[in-house]
Design a protein around this ligand. Structure first.
Ligand code: AHR
Length: 502
């Protein structure tokens, strides 16, 4: 197989947010995962787990979406501010029927993002909230002048307004967020977004409209028909800066999704085939968006993606706690390569969810923490953040799989960073066969190459008993000569190369 790279042809910019994450008040994502409270014996800084924060910083988390998900359209932000003992307790009806004590609220979220050094993405409540409630939340968070909400924030100990980078106007409003039709939601969006005031002209809030579930192309078309608005100069922004897309890889079906760690070859390849389907979804939604927005000013925000397996046996079904194997790592690697290739339109991706829920990068149990194979993928791909996508093409690409479940054997993407260093992420999906790849640069000779690899059996995973079974390691290419590099990708491997050209 040959990978051709045209190092002279930059295609689009890869926004760091493409490597973003999602946190919801669900199971042990927030409570126990990210936040343990200041009185916990687990080492913490202002209640945030120190080990988790450090690991996420090392992974270079660019943005964190909060508070949901389904939870967002039932969240009333005022219940999560002020002295903790006065905060209302509520039942988390979506997720396990447990008591939500609101001890993690707006102030705690901004503290967490400050510690992580990442951008903020707050998701508002359209399903069961009011325009006023949403508008006042934005005022509370972002207004620095004199106003009832700014005064309330100050009284609660936060003098300076925070920066809200992204604000989501509802979540999955076609389903759990209110069961709305596209036209009804589109009109609601027009209304609600009006009151997301841009209090600080130097720190505009990007407004995200609720987009489709998977292949619901009608939703994309109908929502845009209802609420797309092209700004007239000197206005810089229309009604929306982003349109979301949600897509989960469910191996079998929603009733019997399949185990996270025990699966057949057939299920493995079906999973990969479903991961590759992201390419078609993005392409087709992009085509509809381009009918309104040919200059691609509106970002496609894939703010929920990942594998959704059966919960681990014996755990609360409402907590969506699942293990994470090399199969999940392959799904992450393929998906992120797809996002890179579509970075002219895909401006954000949020893996669902960051800790202890669905395809998590981190699992915790009391004071113990495990980095999942997916964590290492995000860590190895961090070099793509803020880089420019380069033109690349795989010649002789063949298929792998079993009868009825075939998919592309190797996937890749290539970018160049501000210092001129190339990042090549190249994955061999086959669970059984190695693959030799020659990388051919167009005009320049290869200077230095550094490699990192993540590999193992497709069902290998890290547990609390064996936390380091799957880990990234250094990787050596076979040969480097003139304008070419030759390497062998072992079966089920993900390789990142950092290449300097002469
Ligand atoms: O991530 C779990 C749930 O999946 C989210 O709450 C919801 O938006 C989606 O259906």
């Amino acid at each position: 197989m040959k990978l051709h790279i045209n190092e002279n042809h930059k295609l689009s910019h890869i926004e760091p947010e493409v490597y973003g994450h999602f946190s919801e008040h669900l199971g042990r994502c927030i409570y126990g995962g990210l936040f343990v409270g200041e009185d916990s014996e687990i080492p913490n800084v202002k209640g945030m787990r120190a080990d988790v924060v450090e690991a996420l910083k090392e992974m270079k988390i660019p943005v964190l979406r909060w508070p949901g998900g389904n939870f967002a359209d039932e969240y009333h932000w005022m219940e999560g501010i002020g002295p903790k003992e006065n905060r209302k307790k509520m039942i988390n009806t979506h997720w396990g029927g447990v008591i939500e004590d609101n001890s993690f609220g707006t102030h705690e979220y901004f503290e967490l993002c400050k510690q992580l050094g990442c951008k903020t993405y707050v998701n508002g409540n359209v399903g069961s909230g009011t325009v006023r409630e949403m508008s006042e939340w934005v005022e509370y968070m972002t207004f620095n002048g004199v106003s009832p909400m700014a005064e309330l924030r100050k009284a609660n100990g936060q003098e300076e307004a925070w920066k809200v980078d992204y604000f989501g106007v509802g979540n999955e409003n076609w389903g759990c967020g209110g069961n709305m039709t596209a036209e009804y939601y589109g009109n609601k969006f027009r209304n609600y977004q009006t009151y997301i005031r841009q209090y600080d002209g130097n720190a505009p809030i990007s407004k995200i409209c609720c987009g489709a579930n998977a292949d619901d192309y009608d939703w994309t078309a109908d929502v845009l028909k209802t609420c797309f608005y092209k700004p007239a100069p000197p206005q810089a922004h229309g009604f929306m800066d982003g349109l979301s897309l949600h897509y989960y890889v469910v191996v079998n079906n929603w009733e019997h999704k399949g185990s996270a760690t025990e699966f057949s070859k057939e299920e493995y390849y079906r999973c990969m085939k479903k991961a590759y389907y992201m390419d078609e979804l993005v392409t087709r939604h992009d085509a509809i968006m381009s009918q309104y927005d040919p200059d691609k000013k509106i970002g496609m925000m894939v703010d929920e993606w990942g594998c959704w397996h059966d919960v681990e046996p014996g755990t609360n079904p409402g907590f969506l706690y699942q293990q994470n194997s090399m199969r999940d790592a392959q799904v992450a690697g393929a998906t992120l390569n797809i996002f890179n290739k579509h970075s002219d339109r895909v401006k954000m991706g949020c893996l669902a969810q960051i800790v202890n829920v669905l395809q998590a990068v981190i699992l915790t149990e009391d004071d113990k923490m495990v980095l999942t194979p997916t964590y290492y993928v995000l860590h190895m791909y961090r070099f793509h953040q803020d880089a420019d996508l380069l033109d690349s093409y795989l010649e002789g690409a063949n298929e792998t799989g079993v009868e009825g479940e075939k998919c592309k054997k190797v996937n890749e993407s290539v970018s160049v960073d501000k210092d001129g260093v190339l990042t090549i992420t190249l994955n061999n999906v086959s669970e059984a066969e190695d693959e030799t790849v020659t990388i051919d640069f167009r005009d320049r000779e290869v200077g230095a190459v550094e490699g990192i690899i993540l590999n193992g059996k497709v069902d290998d995973y890290n547990s609390f008993e064996a936390p380091n079974k799957v880990q990234e390691k250094n990787f050596a290419v076979t040969e480097c000569k003139g304008k070419e590099i030759e390497l062998t990708l072992p079966a089920c491997s993900l390789v990142t190369l950092r290449v300097t050209l002469k």
